[in-house]
Design a protein around this ligand. Sequence first.
Ligand SMILES: Nc1ncnc2c1ncn2[C@@H]1O[C@H](COP(=O)(O)OP(=O)(O)OP(=O)(O)O)[C@@H](O)[C@H]1O
Length: 719
Amino acid sequence: MATLHIDPLPRNATPGQVLRFVAEIGKIDGKRIGKIVFLGKGATVEVPDTHAAKLVTALDGATFRERPVRVRFATAPKRESGPGHFDLLARLLQLEADEERRQMKERAARGAAAGDGTSLTRLVIREEDIGLAGRLILTLARVNRDPLPPNRLQPGAPVLLTQTGTQRPASFRGVVSDRAERTIAVAFDQSDAEWPDDSQWRLDLSPDEASRQRQLAALARAGAAEGDRLAELRAVLLGERPPEFAVPAPDAPPERAKDAGRVATWLSPLNEPQRDAVEFALAAKDVAVIHGPPGTGKTTTVVELIRQAVRRGEKVLACAPSNAAVDNMLDKLIAAGEEPVRLGHPARVAPHLRDRALDLLVQAHPDARQARKFARDARALFRKADKWTKNKPMPGEKHALRAEARDLLAIARRTEQLAVERVINAAPIVCATLTGVDSETLAQRRFDLAVLDEACQSTEPASWVPLLRANRVVLAGDPCQLPPTILSPQAAEQGLEVSLMERVMALHGSAVSRLLTVQYRMHAEIMGFSSDEFYSGELVAHESVTTHRLCDLPGVRAEPLTELPVKFIDTAGASYDEEAEEDTESRLNPQEATLAAKYVRALLEAGVAPADVAVIAPYSGQVRRLRELLTGTGVEIDSVDGFQGREKEAVVISLVRSNPEGEIGFLGDVRRTNVALTRARRKLIVVGDSATLANHDFYQRMLTYFETVGAYSSVWEEA
Ligand SMILES: Nc1ncnc2c1ncn2[C@@H]1O[C@H](COP(=O)(O)OP(=O)(O)OP(=O)(O)O)[C@@H](O)[C@H]1O
């Protein structure tokens, strides 16, 4: 097979479309084309050697969705080398920062204070508590105890708490640690600050400037590196040097096989392609990529890889772009018996995993207890020095006391730092978000291996933050699932949307990657559309899931709803019109929400456990409406982004868009829909308006698929 590179393509092009394009224009039987190795703003496609030259001639200059494409044999796409590349990324980060500020200003102007969901006003402090490793936790509520209005202050969000109604308002930076219908809890590092408790307060979302600074610093270091491991890794990741893999010498004794990545004892039951991927990644001296469609066990494989690396005495940095994805990996590592340390603010760690958070582990360490004692003693000395006002102390005595207190404080800080180092040094696995790999905590510490899960959801600048400390890197992800969120269209256009993983795959293709294709999640009919559309029909359902149904679960009644794996309910013609949500820019569709909620209740009535059901909507306005409708059911309701990497037995999707103009907004990024459609194990229910959706080829094909598998129904039949 030869490999061709086609670009540029629209970001929402699907593998199915690209393969059809190659087949039609190149006049070649679609079955003869191999797979798509990579798809981003360009595509790398495998084609038979005998047809390769002919295809390049036919396709080069042909138009794909009205834009001409360039087609050539895949060699490293040209990038500026070294500093040029990193300067460009730094400029794109700056564009993104400018756009973020512009949008915040615009929202503030439009929403005049609380209306845009980024602020909560008229708050009072209801409770004070100490938690999350000695932090002050304030629980705030509305003065009149009303429910909080819709807002974007999610747990983990950085916020600014400001006193209102005073001349010189105090303000404090914190992190949202919990949220309920009427209260919001915020964690503050300054546990001994003065809190005027009879005041009113406002909370504002504040931009995460620290994360951007870390990325800029990482880019500067990566660009300037010379003569060290970072410079070598950079050369491979920019395509200036081919990646190297350890190969066993033909006459090497069996015990040397592990040098080439061979695994003697498997720690979990992986299938053959997953084992091959682990060994391939262990043999990589620079970089390896593990990619595959939803549910093919990328995270499962990465967890085995990390454990095998640790068994070889290596230190591993396990990262992902979001807190949810890091926790997903952490969860699996803990379930496997590992004891990783999780960096980051404890409020951003899922509550059931917080005992692995660095701050909490340090707090329990004997050195840290000693440090707290030194700090207490120092404060006592300061107080003593301040008290001597009546009886005149000996000359210099106050000064000496203060000097002693300062020395003690310095010792306390060093002792605390030592405790941090000891906890981290004792852990072979450190987990963090990409930009949570902070230099203050990790100091000069290096890792043998950095693993980046959900790597396609990260921008390249963020990926360089952990790479600065790693000798080798393994990237795992799926270019057909969610891309990074970019606010600035200009930055996206100039390349910020292309993840490091996509770029590396485009550069080195299958020489650097292993593909997983057997999935362990979805019934074959749930999988079918996604497989044809995004994965050239290559996705295979493992026999343990091919025909599994909801009614096979204990306690679930057998009826059509639980026996059939897929159902699409078409709301066309029923006037279920979408609306813009008041106060935010989001969308909702109230009647569609009611219909989706009706199906959720029917599933629960049939005996499906609430924890096994999820409702997904692409718009946060609809998510909020569904949460209201399903309060108290225990069913999880979230946006697509909140579900990437996860699964449920039954999933109900509300597609929301329904308008006479046929506008589908960001449903147009079909990778988002791919994620939504591939979360269900045994039952997928989709509610949507075919009259709006069918204006778009992708959704037209989705509707045809639902018809083919007998899953199509109209809301009129349901009434
Ligand atoms: N070899 C295997 N044998 C049995 N079950 C497996 C195997 N590999 C993965 N699974 C199961 O398949 C499901 C999906 O695995 P995992 O979450 O690792 O996939 P993923 O590729 O990371 O998914 P996504 O693309 O959604 O992030 C999980 O329930 C996992 O336990």
